[in-house]
Ligand binder design. Structure first.
Ligand code: SF4
Length: 425
């Protein structure tokens, strides 16, 4: 048995339930003025209707605009051949096609690309592209908030205060700007597309911004637009229990749970939201997740913290907790950042832990960290850039960053490392 008081030196239990922040503890996002990016079909139809498009033409014009924005990568409708000039002009007066700006980009030798993006109000968020080794495909990790209200102890983003929620347009915009950078336009799934999967595992707790996240993922799913299927979208939550069923119903995406502890005592300390929604409630919400089956298993993320949560007893308790849930356990070696109070479990401990889980019939891959040569922990690039101040943020988006490779080197490089890890540690 792990005694958390002994096994987690340096952790204090000073966060009370009342101090666990709620979803709107930060400032609300300013709603963009009619940003066409991030509009679902009905939202776009309403915008077109306001611009004077007759009802009989709404479907046609909507399809044309989705094609230009999400298939061809248009950043303005000026070039949108097929749309009447008068309509282009009217929309141009009242609508924008939003795109965050790349403030900084880091390229890892393993092909991982980390972007620091500047939003319209100057806020900074991170987005990470993780290519699949030798396949030409890849996963984009999106942020849902600027900073985070939660203070998960192993997470660098948890050291940053929440600035605000992202809008649906800003969430979708991260994908569009990554496609710009990757030259990933005019492609469909299965036809050489480089961003094939999306995970909401970046900065922020997506279920503290559920409405915008759902809207954004409905846009990402739309087969007339970005067309990434629901099973290629994974939402990771620290455990905002009341919102879990909703994403299953309204997005239909895969669910990942940042579990990381097998007792409430330890989880209360590692992930303070556990004080509001303890393990029993969280696991019940997992059991009730829509369409849960062996084909659509829940991913339990478990960051391996030396001497904290990595004993044999922890492994056995984990098995008991998830008993009966079609599941997979991702074991994530802790990725230390300056000031972190944890170390990663030793390789032997990690292996032994994984073996116990595996023998119980659960897949338990140990993920190989990606982007280890860049500021890979979630939130680290933003903190670093804020520290370095304005001079850094004025750097040209295309200027190579330290440790980075040129575009051609990156395009020619074949990734040989193992399956990506996506973690917030
Ligand atoms: S793990 Fe997620 S929810 Fe927890 S502090 Fe980090 S970004 Fe926030």
């Amino acid at each position: 048995m792990v005694n958390p008081d002994v096994a987690s030196p340096g952790l204090s239990a000073d966060t009370t339930v009342a101090s666990v922040p709620g979803p709107l503890a930060g400032t609300r996002a300013p709603e963009p003025v009619a940003d066409l990016t991030g509009m679902r079909r009905n939202d776009l139809a309403a915008a077109l209707s306001r611009a004077g498009v007759p009802k009989s033409e709404l479907d046609l014009r909507g399809t044309q605009i989705r094609t230009w924005i999400y298939r061809k990568g248009a950043t303005s409708l000026n070039c949108a051949i097929g749309l009447p000039k008068a309509l282009r002009a009217r929309l141009g007066e009242s609508c924008t096609i939003g795109r965050p700006e790349i403030a900084r980009r880091q390229l890892s030798v393993d092909g991982t690309r980390k972007y620091l993006l500047r939003l319209g109000d100057g806020s900074l968020v991170e987005t990470v592209y993780i290519p699949e080794p030798d396949r030409g495909t890849g996963t984009l990790c999106l942020s849902s908030q600027v900073g985070c209200t939660l203070t998960c102890r192993f997470c660098h983003t948890g050291t940053q205060r929440l600035v605000r929620n992202l809008t649906a347009a800003e969430i979708v915009g991260q994908l569009l700007v990554a496609r710009d950078d990757l030259g990933d336009w005019n492609t469909l799934p299965g036809t050489g597309r480089r961003i094939t999967n999306v995970v909401l595992m970046g900065m922020g707790e997506p279920l503290f911004n559920t409405d915008a996240v759902i809207r954004a993922m409905q846009v990402v799913r739309d087969h007339e637009g970005i067309a990434i299927s629901r099973r290629k979208i994974t939402l990771s939550t620290s455990g905002v229990v009341p919102e879990i069923a909703r994403v299953g119903t309204e997005i239909g995406c895969m669910l990942a749970i940042s579990l990381h502890a097998t007792t409430d005592a330890l989880r209360d300390r590692l992930i303070p939201i556990n004080r509001k929604y303890p393990l029993a409630e969280l696991l019940q919400a997992c059991r009730d997740y829509p369409r849960l089956s062996n084909a659509e298993r829940i991913i339990f993320e478990y960051v391996m913290l030396k001497g904290v949560n990595d004993s044999d007893d922890d492994a056995r308790r984990l098995i008991a907790l998830i008993d009966g849930i079609p599941a997979k356990v991702n074991l994530i070696p802790f990725n230390p950042w300056p000031g972190a109070e944890f170390e990663c479990s030793d390789p032997d401990r990690l292996r032994r832990f994984g073996d116990i889980i595996n023998r119980a019939g659960y897949s338990s891959p140990v993920r190989t960290p990606r982007g280890a040569d860049i500021l890979a922990a979630c939130g680290q690039l933003r903190s670093d850039s804020l520290r370095r101040g304005r001079r850094t943020l004025r750097e040209s988006p295309d200027s190579p960053m330290s440790g980075s490779l040129s575009r051609s080197e990156i395009h020619g490089r074949r990734d040989t490392s193992a399956v990506p890890t996506l973690n917030r540690s």
